[in-house]
Design a protein around this ligand. Structure first.
Ligand code: CTP
Ligand code: CA
Length: 224
């Protein structure tokens, strides 16, 4: 069995993955979240482990399950917890793939008691969360850094902007225009954009197939 593992392309490599949504608390019983299922990130973890990698999967709240002796799960809840957990593992990583749907804003204050209803309108002041992916782009050394971009308009332009501003090696553009792609479904329509401006369009596929395609693309760039 050891010999078989030794032949796998990511044998001995460390892969860091983020998945799922984040929940930003408002009071002890409420939060701001999103509909990310975590499926894409878990499929990527599985695909990377199947190539022999040691995977650390930092995930927000999700019902996804994974049983693979090469995958270690680190559950987190908020964007801040995800940021801290990711930074614990980044330096030792060879590849980091950030597929989580991280909240861009969180409530500025968290009430320690349940907020009571009162007036007819109610507003919450929000402040920006830290951009985890961008923070990795700023400190990366040998690491191969992959981000996702969820866009509904000017897709390529926006995705290329994120690739550059976050100092990525590869970005996965997720098209929400297609129904059957994105949150809550098991299929995705993606385009890969590389740091050398190669654009590789894929048809609608299962998230498991997208994960395999992504790992193959990473191997290709690593060996180039
Ligand atoms: N991301 C992150 N930390 C954040 C926000 C986003 O790590 N606080 C990562 C996501 O995991 C994804 C990439 O950044 O890999 C792009 O996320 P996306 O929401 O598409 O872009 P943003 O940079 O947040 O910009 P916007 O939502 O305004 O399009
Ligand atoms: Ca965002």
């Amino acid at each position: 069995e050891k010999d078989v593992l030794n032949q796998l392309p990511l044998n001995g490599r460390q892969v860091l993955i983020t998945a799922g949504p984040t929940y930003e608390a408002l009071d002890p019983v409420r939060f701001i979240g999103n509909h990310s299922s975590g499926k894409m990130g878990f499929e990527i973890a599985n695909a990377a482990a199947n190539l022999g990698a040691h995977v650390t999967l930092v995930t927000g709240p999700t019902h996804q399950k994974i049983v693979h002796n090469l995958v270690q799960i680190k559950p987190v809840v908020s964007a801040e917890e995800m940021y801290n957990e990711v930074h614990k593992h980044f330096k030792a990583s060879d590849i980091a793939i950030l597929s989580a749907a991280v909240a861009d804003y969180k409530p500025k204050t968290v009430a320690d008691k349940k907020i009571k209803k009162k007036d007819t309108t109610f507003s919450i002041e929000l402040e920006k969360t830290k951009d985890i992916l961008k923070s990795l782009g700023e400190i990366k050394a040998k690491q191969f850094l992959v981000g996702f971009a969820l866009e509904t308009n000017n897709e390529l332009e926006h995705a290329k902007g994120k690739l550059k501003s976050k100092n990525l090696d590869l970005i996965v553009l997720n098209s929400l225009q297609d129904k059957g792609a994105g949150f809550g479904v098991s299929t995705n329509k993606v385009t890969f954009i590389t740091s050398s401006n190669d654009i590789i369009e894929h048809k609608l596929k299962s998230k498991a197939e997208v994960a395999t395609d992504l790992m193959q693309q990473i191997l290709k760039q690593l060996h180039a």
